[in-house]
Design a protein around this ligand. Structure first.
Ligand SMILES: [Zn+2]
Length: 488
């Protein structure tokens, strides 16, 4: 089955077939596990997330019409059946528009979030659409101008020569690099629209509410001005768009582009072989064929795959920029990489099931090379200290509870491995740093998956709901981090 059948989405090419949002259903989790193992080049989104539903289990995916007809021929519907949810090409006409021009006027105008506005004002934000890539930069400059927010530029330029922009939000006037404890990133998977907006609107809310002595309201969830000051006091380092080349490409072509635009491994006449899946490029069991059982595919060595891992750990400027932040702000303790679209908050580990009884079963022990990643076996499970496990799970539970309390949709906290392992992901890399080198800070790393399964391009209503959901989640995450502990 060729991934290149997805080429139908590229404008200017012959439309081979439409692209469909589907769910694969099975009674038992194992049946879906077997299905994913044998169909690992299917686009399951950021990672295959299995969701219990109606007494069964399902996993969402994006496939072409050709893939669907192949699967219909080969699948036994008594074991795994496929349900078509909608046609993504047709649905694209109903998705939120990308903003035109520059609503922040080169940085003269600061963005203002939803938490300090009345719901009647949301319609204007909805109509203005998703931030275009240029507006991400001018929004950040607007926050600098209005509130004196500190901006920074990580050192590595992207393949297309773009710089990445970051900010530090803190109630202190002078930013001390060793007093920032929270780290948020978004936009690593280009097509996950609205991720940068979620982060920028949240920081805008905090800075506005701090300046004007207000609290924040997200649906049914309210936070006081004291909460706002506590959150800013924790010090938030953030990069709203870690993959600007990919975002520009996706916004220009609406082709569900996920990777960056590095052509180093590209092959002639294979447009999908451009780019690296940045969330498989981190130095966490990157060389997966060495670490994992041969039957699992936590990433891909195929340049045309959505999960192509690159040419070396940290081969990409975008991932090196994300890690540079840990050296620059050495006390960061809590990290979220924001993704869509699933409705979960994932905590470590992502390579195998957590266990706290056998320290020898750990990612650095070569005795277990070639044995990791089979979720249902007893051969290997990943060691996590019980106190860390309690902390990361409590945080996930409280954050998703707040995301639900706004009154929108369900969010499920779960261990990142879920049903299927990943390698080279930002959340696991962040948590593994201290395990490798006890001189660096211990970081609890998370992946937040906002939105609705496979709706990488939200409708205008979903776009607004996603901001409300994630912003309540970010707020709860920081307040919970403060209660559990900001110092390692
Ligand atoms: Zn993603």
């Amino acid at each position: 089955m060729k991934v290149s059948t997805l080429l139908g989405l590229l404008p200017g090419t012959v439309i081979a077939s439409d692209v469909l949002s589907v769910a694969f259903w099975a009674k038992e989790k194992n049946q879906l596990y077997d299905f994913i193992s044998t169909n690992n080049e299917i686009d399951y989104g950021c990672r295959p997330v299995v969701i219990p539903a109606d007494g069964e289990h399902k996993v969402h995916a994006v496939i072409s019409e050709e893939q669907l007809s192949d699967l219909k021929r080969s699948l036994d519907p008594d074991i795994v059946r496929v349900e078509t949810l909608h046609n993504i090409n047709k649905r694209q006409t109903a998705t939120a528009p990308i903003g035109k021009g520059d609503r922040f006027k080169g940085g003269k105008v600061a963005p203002r979030g939803l938490g300090t506005r009345k719901p009647s004002e949301y319609a204007g934000l909805q109509a203005a659409g998703i931030f275009n890539a240029d507006e991400v930069y001018t929004a950040m400059k607007g926050l600098q101008k209005e509130y004196g927010m500190t901006l920074f530029t990580p050192p590595h330029k992207t393949f297309e020569g773009n710089t990445v922009i970051g900010g530090v939000a803190n109630k202190a006037e002078k930013i001390k690099k060793d007093k920032q404890y929270i780290y948020f990133t978004s936009g690593i998977h280009a097509r996950e629209r609205g991720g940068p907006d979620n982060l920028i609107y949240f920081i805008s809310d905090l800075l506005y509410a701090n300046k004007h002595r207000k609290g924040l309201t997200y649906g049914n969830k309210k936070y006081s001005n004291k909460d706002v000051k506590t959150a800013l006091g924790a010090g938030i380092v953030f990069i709203p768009m870690t993959n600007p080349d990919g975002v520009r490409y996706d916004q220009a072509n609406s082709n569900l582009w996920r990777k960056n635009r590095n052509p180093k491994s590209a092959r002639p006449n294979e447009p999908l072989s451009v780019g690296v899946d940045l969330n498989r490029n981190f130095d966490f069991m990157w060389n997966f064929t060495k670490y994992f059982d041969p039957s699992v595919s936590p990433a891909s060595t195929n340049a045309s795959s959505q999960a192509f891992y690159g040419t070396a750990p940290f081969s990409e400027p975008e991932t090196r920029n994300m890690v540079w932040v840990y050296d620059e702000y050495p006390k960061i303790r809590w990290f979220i990489d924001v993704h869509s679209a699933a409705g979960t908050l994932l905590y470590s580990w992502g390579d195998d099931v957590d266990q706290s009884y056998d320290r020898k079963q750990n990612l650095f022990n070569p005795a277990y090379d070639g044995k990791r990643g089979i979720v249902d076996d007893e051969v290997y499970k990943e060691y996590i200290d019980q106190e860390d496990w309690d902390n990361v799970a409590l945080q996930a539970n409280l954050t998703t509870a707040a995301m639900e309390a706004v009154g929108g949709r369900e969010y499920v906290p779960q261990q990142a491995v879920g049903l299927y392992p990943t390698s080279g992901a930002s959340d696991d890399y962040s948590f593994s740093r201290w395990h490798k080198n006890k001189k660096v800070n211990k970081v609890y790393g998370y992946t937040m998956e906002f939105g609705y399964p496979t709706n990488f391009y939200p409708t205008s209503e979903e776009y607004i709901q996603n901001i409300i959901d994630t912003n309540a989640g970010f707020m709860e995450f920081i307040l919970t981090a403060e209660r559990i502990g900001l110092e390692g």
